[in-house]
Design a protein around this ligand. Structure first.
Ligand code: PBG
Length: 334
């Protein structure tokens, strides 16, 4: 916005407001704190301790006991919430992703253990079938490999109810089927889960920045083809507003834009257009880029991490899902 007053040199010297840290802080338009962060965490269903993910340095898949300990650390660091993603034994995957509906499966077990360990930390779970299907798609496929919308939606409802039974605070449909937010909302209302929130992956793009995540949850080798028939075309912006509008209408409490940094324009449009909390997801490929360039000594990874997180706030995000959450919270001096 241009000032109504003329700003002419030398009466105006914008550098005056940059002369010392105290005034830079005082005049700062946005701030970043641990309470802005959602910790993106990968859990695995084995007993072995944390396992490394090749394409995501310093990111480990945790077993359930380790995830519960991490939840305690989140609580101590004032990180408000954790989003958990499952890596299951490939032997448990099938065509329909049936393990997603197992009430004694990895996700319900992890939810219970983490809520027990750290009741004040919100737990968020993806609702989508891709970590559980042998083909790596987010839903049921027909003989042509096309992901079926309404049939998938029914399974997502069942998956969300399993998570709600286990005590999840927020279900986060990440599958991009049409109409699934409304179906999940109705089922939660009817099932007595009135306060279970829905964070919809509303504007989720068919992005190549998800590569390392698919490695982390073990769906990369399985995935045949791409997800362009359900995730959004990266060329589009108006379409994101339609997606968000529909999800809010269907009962989403919060909406997400994903990936993050390459889609800050969408974060800005969504947060300006709709009066609901807008969450940005700094995805695995964004994390990997920063880590890789940092390891080569080409950038200062810690500073770039904090700069990118602040840029989400500047764009209007109320929260950021990030693999850097623990690291960033420590650097921010919780
Ligand atoms: C699954 C899902 C994906 C991510 C979160 N949930 C991958 C995908 O849609 O293929 C990506 C997370 C990341 O890259 O960090 N529906």
């Amino acid at each position: 916005m241009t000032s109504p007053f003329p700003q002419t040199y030398p009466r105006t010297r914008l550098r005056r407001l940059r002369v010392a840290p105290w005034v830079r802080n005082l005049a700062g338009e946005n701030s970043l704190s641990p309470s802005d962060l959602i910790w993106s965490m990968v859990v695995h269903d084995g007993d072995e301790p944390k396992t490394a993910v090749g394409s995501m340095p310093d990111l480990y898949r945790l077993n359930v006991a380790e995830a519960a300990k991490a939840a305690k650390r989140a609580q101590a660091l004032s990180i408000p919430a954790i989003a958990i993603f499952p890596h299951i034994n490939p032997g448990r995957k099938d065509e329909t992703g049936s393990e997603a509906l197992n009430p004694d499966g990895l996700i319900p077990t992890a939810i219970k253990a983490m809520k027990d360990a750290a009741p004040d930390v919100g737990i968020i779970c993806d609702v989508a079938l891709d970590p559980f299907t042998s083909h790596g798609h987010d839903g049921l496929i027909n003989e042509d490999g096309y992901v079926l919308n309404d049939e998938t939606s029914e399974l997502l409802v069942a998956q969300a109810l399993v998570q709600a039974e286990a005590g999840v605070d927020v279900v986060a449909p990440s599958d991009m089927m049409d109409g699934r937010v409304g179906a999940v909302r109705d089922a939660l209302e009817n099932g007595g889960f009135r306060n279970t929130m829905i964070l919809s992956y509303a504007a989720k793009y068919a992005s190549s920045f998800y590569g390392p995540y698919r490695d982390a949850v073990g769906s990369a080798t399985a995935l045949k083809g791409d997800k362009k028939t359900y995730q959004q075309n990266p060329a589009n912006s108006d379409e994101a507003l339609r997606e968000v509008a529909m999800d809010i209408e269907e009962g989403a409490d919060m909406v997400m834009v994903k990936p993050g940094l390459p889609y800050l324009d969408i974060v800005r449009r969504v947060s300006e257009t709709f009066a609901v909390p807008t969450i940005a997801f700094q995805v695995s490929g964004e994390y990997a880029q920063i880590k890789a360039a940092g390891a080569k000594g080409w950038i200062d990874a810690d500073k770039v991490m904090l700069e990118t997180l602040m840029s989400f706030k500047r764009a209007g995000a109320s929260g950021i899902i990030t693999y850097f959450a623990e690291d960033a919270a420590r650097k921010l001096g919780a």
